[in-house]
Design a protein around this ligand. Structure first.
Ligand SMILES: Cc1cc2nc3c(=O)[nH]c(=O)nc-3n(C[C@H](O)[C@H](O)[C@H](O)COP(=O)(O)O)c2cc1C
Length: 249
């Protein structure tokens, strides 16, 4: 299945089989990590597969592996992390491997220090392993997501837009909405209630990176180039309570 097809079926896997993936599969996972495309090229990243994060994770069965994402500090680093890890999560689902983003816990400092990109910082991790539950949803009705009209504020609601609405987010908060202008898709992020942190340091910005991966892939599926452009039309139309992020053309 393609990433686009998987967007209509994926789910977070929180119940894992305890046994580690076999060596051949781990080699495939490492290759998949190497193939990941960044959203921004000005951020250096290191994405490392580990078996131990030095703490008891919250899952009922210890996931056999984790993927730790570290990055140099830039305003774009969280978005880039969401974009790359969603790509990986879909790729893993295609290989029959379950995954779940984990923001509620972090590896110990020793583990992070051992894998961190030089002068960088820990961003987030994925727990991964063979699922002990159904890996894929058999219907989009099984996704708990905001209503279509709340997600798409203007323009035609297409299958490609549906693939975007189904994107996962931390706490399922879905801090976003979109406008479809046919040749251009505009993306917006919900204004923060707590303005004490810049938006690029928040979980919302990881979520927006995830959404952007869904938008880029869906835009290509719909015949667009799938590249980013900051547009005046996009920024002028920001719905009340939302920041303009970017447009995909
Ligand atoms: C950035 C991010 C962080 C997340 N952190 C956690 C977490 O710490 N623990 C957890 O159980 N799920 C976590 N999730 C999974 C979300 O709760 C899940 O994606 C959302 O509820 C939608 O459900 P679905 O992925 O099954 O469609 C996270 C998801 C994202 C995108």
């Amino acid at each position: 299945m393609t990433h686009y097809e998987l967007m209509f079926k994926r789910r977070s896997v929180r119940h894992f089989r305890p046994e580690p993936l076999d060596e051949a599969t781990l080699a495939e996972v490492r290759k998949a990590i190497k193939r990941l495309r960044p959203l921004f090229r000005n951020v250096r990243t290191r994405i490392t597969l580990v078996d131990d994060i030095g703490i008891e994770p919250m899952f009922d069965v210890m996931p056999p592996h984790f993927i730790i994402f570290t990055s140099t500090k830039k305003e774009t680093h969280n978005m880039n992390a969401g974009y790359m890890l969603e790509q990986l999560s879909l790729e893993l689902a295609g290989m029959g491997i379950g995954s779940c983003f984990v923001e509620a816990q972090r590896p110990t400092k020793e583990i992070i220090d051992g894998v961190c990109v030089p002068n960088g910082e820990y961003i987030i991790m994925l727990a991964i392993g063979r699922p002990n539950m159904t890996l894929l949803r058999d219907s989009t009705v099984k996704f708990d997501r905001m209503p279509k009209e709340q997600f798409l504020r203007k323009g035609e609601y297409t299958e490609a837009i549906e693939a975007c609405r189904l994107a996962p987010s931390g706490h399922n908060s879905q801090p976003w909405c979109m406008i479809n202008e046919g040749e251009k898709l505009h993306i917006y992020s919900k204004k923060l209630a707590d303005k004490s942190h810049p938006i690029h340091q928040t979980l919302d910005s990881i979520d927006i990176g995830i959404l952007l991966y869904h938008v880029v892939v869906s835009a290509r599926e719909a015949g667009l180039d799938g590249i980013q452009e900051f547009t005046l039309e996009g920024s002028k139309q920001a719905p009340e309570g939302f920041y303009y992020i970017t447009s995909i053309i």
